[in-house]
Design a protein around this ligand. Structure first.
Ligand code: HEC
Length: 149
């Protein structure tokens, strides 16, 4: 696991996980740029209030899974990252064709200096302070104890 966040405007919980290459780079703090072959995935659930403990917000309905895949040669036009998203439990592909990538890119380009990623290292950085309305929980320390995914 690489990070977690909460979006207040659409009440969703998010977990960001990575493949071995990405997790290794995150632990070593070598994430700008991320190494070739890194894959980051964001899993998104609707907020749900726990029925037996109403102060707890837990993952409810699964919304989507999305990916960023680092391959600088293949995805040269989009900063070296390939983008993909699948919707719901049946994982329907998002978008009719690959023009949806422009939508992803349009937002992520705001954090071009952070290799197109919104998360930085442990402390929230100035780069994403203007984006805080999207996130309430900040970022999780990348050097946190190892978590198995
Ligand atoms: C409206 C702006 C916006 C758009 C459009 C957008 N993203 Fe993001 N994305 C974010 C923000 C903000 C974060 C970090 C906070 C969070 O968890 O939401 C993020 C995080 C991610 C992450 C986790 C890695 C990271 O950067 O922290 C992935 C993977 C991702 N987005 C993929 C996509 C894909 C694929 C698309 C297009 C289908 C897309 N995004 C479109 C704003 C956006």
């Amino acid at each position: 696991m690489i990070g977690t966040s909460h979006r207040e405007d659409n009440q969703t919980l998010r977990v960001i996980v990575g493949n071995d290459a990405a997790v290794k780079a995150a632990r070593m703090g070598k994430t700008n740029p991320w190494p070739e072959g890194s894959i980051l995935a964001k899993l998104v659930w609707k907020d749900e209030i726990h029925p037996k403990w109403t102060k707890a917000t837990v993952p409810g309905e699964f919304v989507h899974a999305e990916f960023m895949i680092k391959d600088s040669a293949k995805y040269q036009e989009t900063g070296g990252w390939g983008f993909a998203r699948w919707i719901g439990m049946n994982q329907a592909p998002y978008g009719k064709d690959n023009t949806f990538i422009q939508e992803c890119q349009a937002c992520h380009v705001q954090v071009k200096d952070n290799d197109f990623r919104f998360y930085s290292s442990c402390a929230p950085t100035l780069a994403y302070v203007p984006l805080r309305f999207w996130m309430s929980s900040g970022c999780v320390c990348l050097n946190a104890p190892k978590l198995e995914i």
